[in-house]
Write a protein that binds this ligand. Structure first.
Ligand code: ADP
Ligand code: UDP
Length: 247
């Protein structure tokens, strides 16, 4: 498979058309490139962080393979044409962000006025509705079904698979000496088969990770305004840790 024309450039990832060996367009496959673009505050602050795309693609690819092994259907097909990309099954995305929280942080603390770092066991699941005009509001499970965003069976799949994803990712990062604080995942339906699957990514852009001293090893470094060099070395730290573990 070869890379075709650019279809969509998001805040952090770019999606490309894919061509088969005879040059025809693969209808049901995309190439997803993790880029060095970074943004915070609904895209208000942006920068370019050297090595981020490579680090994110590396960790996301490793995790998606483990999710598959644990029985979670995913969009991952194979490594892509660059070290920062992968071929994925084209999805009709569900417009929900599914957030799993093992410890309080971020918007959860702001919303409820609670301290950071309180353990949430079992993992707490939240949904936000991807709707730019309303700034991605929190949405209850019942509202998501009532509004026809998802049906009851899809809701069950989202909940069941997100708990498995949390278990797999928690163990994976635990081996690196990192605690998975929270994360965001997105699901969709395989355009070719209609199958429900995990899509998008699981990376330092989309989760919070703390080392043994409580230091962030994720995008929070950028959110709080650290220098470009510090942000870059935070992403590089993940690559170094994975290499040290022969991952
Ligand atoms: P954003 O669109 O919020 O700026 P990204 O930069 O991460 O986010 O862009 C990636 C886009 O690709 C997201 O909108 C995501 O929903 C979408 N996406 C992820 N996986 C797939 C897939 N398998 N098929 C189609 N779209 C996907
Ligand atoms: N997250 C994300 N994309 C978003 C919003 C949140 O990947 O658009 C991730 C974020 O990195 C964190 C988790 O979801 O790991 C929970 O984020 P939170 O709701 O606390 O929001 P934030 O504090 O980032 O505004």
């Amino acid at each position: 498979m070869k890379r075709g024309k650019k279809l969509y450039a998001g805040k952090a990832n770019t999606l490309y058309e894919v061509l088969s060996d005879d040059g025809s367009v693969e209808e049901y496959v995309l190439e997803m490139e993790s880029t060095d673009r970074i943004s915070a505050g609904d895209g208000e602050r942006t920068d370019v962080v050297k090595g981020k795309g490579y680090a994110n693609n590396l960790v996301s690819t490793l995790l998606f393979k483990l999710f598959e092994e644990a029985g979670v259907p995913t969009h991952f097909i194979s490594e892509g044409t660059t070290p920062s990309s992968k071929f994925v099954k084209k999805a009709d995305m569900i417009p929900l962000e599914v957030i799993g929280r093992n410890y309080t942080a971020g918007s959860f603390c702001r919303r409820y006025g609670v301290d950071e770092g309180i353990e949430l066991d079992p993992m707490l699941l939240e949904l936000t509705y991807k709707c730019d005009a309303s700034h991605d509001p929190l949405i209850t499970e019942h509202a998501a079904v009532a509004l026809g965003i998802i049906d009851g069976e899809t809701l069950e799949n989202i909940v069941d698979y997100t708990y498995i994803i949390n278990d797999v990712a928690t163990d994976f990062f635990d081996e690196l000496g990192l605690t998975l604080i929270d994360f965001k995942v997105e699901f969709g339906f395989d355009r070719a088969t209609g199958e429900f699957m995990l899509a998008d990514e699981f990376s330092q852009d989309t989760c919070r990770l703390h080392d043994a001293e409580g230091n962030s090893v994720d995008k929070d470094i950028f959110r709080r305004g650290d220098s470009n060099g510090e942000v870059s070395s935070t992403y590089q730290k993940m690559v170094d840790m994975l290499e040290a573990m022969n991952k």
